[in-house]
Design a protein around this ligand. Structure first.
Ligand SMILES: Nc1ncnc2c1ncn2[C@@H]1O[C@H](COP(=O)(O)OP(=O)(O)O)[C@@H](O)[C@H]1O
Ligand SMILES: [Mg+2]
Length: 238
């Protein structure tokens, strides 16, 4: 499913954050490319800029300097409305603490983003059932988050992120709140999704075991990428 189309390109990407009378240099001129269909890990110590980078890729934030392109569109200087549109159409987010709506069932949580889509491609309930089934949660669809384990909740969150079939899935420490067995299941689910639908997956993690399960890792140290910024040529051949 991997091809040589570049879906993410960062050029001299920098983010400065004011902190009292100081400035924090969260990212310092990051250059990288990610091909459509790749599964990439972003690793590095706490405070190295991983979440900042993922937030810029996902249009949750805008850079101080440099550019970030998603699927050929420069989103660096977009206004909030345009960024919202890009996020809704192109990006699925997965977070460490799942962020499910506690009063809704698994099925309702997954159906919700389809009901809110401007141009829905799917029937909400049918699509939600298919996704939950694919993630091994067929018999948990009517459960609320509090009635599910952490690993099951994260798989519901993955189904929700996939609801509108985005080309890009971004996950910030998706296994950070899970035991290693549930974490492995979540990684397996992400690999299957990439295999089946060609979704590009970018995973931020500080866990080297999780990073080993990706195709390629980018290492951030103090806001700078220190390796692997160019895709492996093997992907260009597919
Ligand atoms: N809102 C903020 N205001 C000031 N500094 C911040 C803010 N968010 C993050 N930082 C700082 O930016 C740097 C990178 O943070 P972050 O991207 O969250 O790192 P990571 O996800 O790798 O732990 C850290 O030094 C952090 O303290
Ligand atoms: Mg972080």
């Amino acid at each position: 499913m991997t091809n040589s189309r570049i879906i993410i390109r960062a050029h001299e990407l920098s983010k400065e954050l004011p902190l009292g009378k100081y400035t924090v240099h969260a990212l310092r001129g990051v250059n990288m490319e990610i091909y459509a269909g790749e599964m990439v890990g972003i690793i590095g110590p706490s405070g190295s800029g991983k979440s900042t980078l993922l937030g810029l890729i996902g249009g949750l934030d805008t850079p101080t300097h440099g550019t970030i392109e998603i699927d050929g569109t420069d989103i660096s200087r977009m206004n909030e409305d345009s960024l919202t549109e890009i996020r809704n159409e192109k990006i699925g987010f997965i977070f460490q603490f799942f962020n499910l709506i506690p009063t809704l069932t698994a099925l309702e949580n997954v159906a919700l983003p389809i009901q809110f889509a401007r141009k829905p491609q799917f029937k909400p309930e049918k699509r939600a059932k298919e996704l939950l089934d694919m993630l091994g949660l067929k018999d948990r669809m009517r459960h609320r988050p509090s009635e599910l384990s952490g690993g099951q909740q994260q798989r519901v969150a993955i189904a929700r992120a996939l609801a509108n079939n985005p080309p890009l899935l971004l996950a910030d420490e998706p296994t950070g709140n899970l035991d290693s067995e549930s974490g492995a299941m979540v990684m397996e689910a992400l690999r299957n999704i990439r295999q089946q639908s060609g979704t590009t997956v970018v995973i931020v993690t500080h866990d080297s075991k999780i990073a080993e399960r990706t195709d390629r890792t980018l290492t951030l140290v103090d806001g700078t990428l220190v390796n692997g910024t160019i895709p492996d040529p093997v992907y260009a051949a597919h």
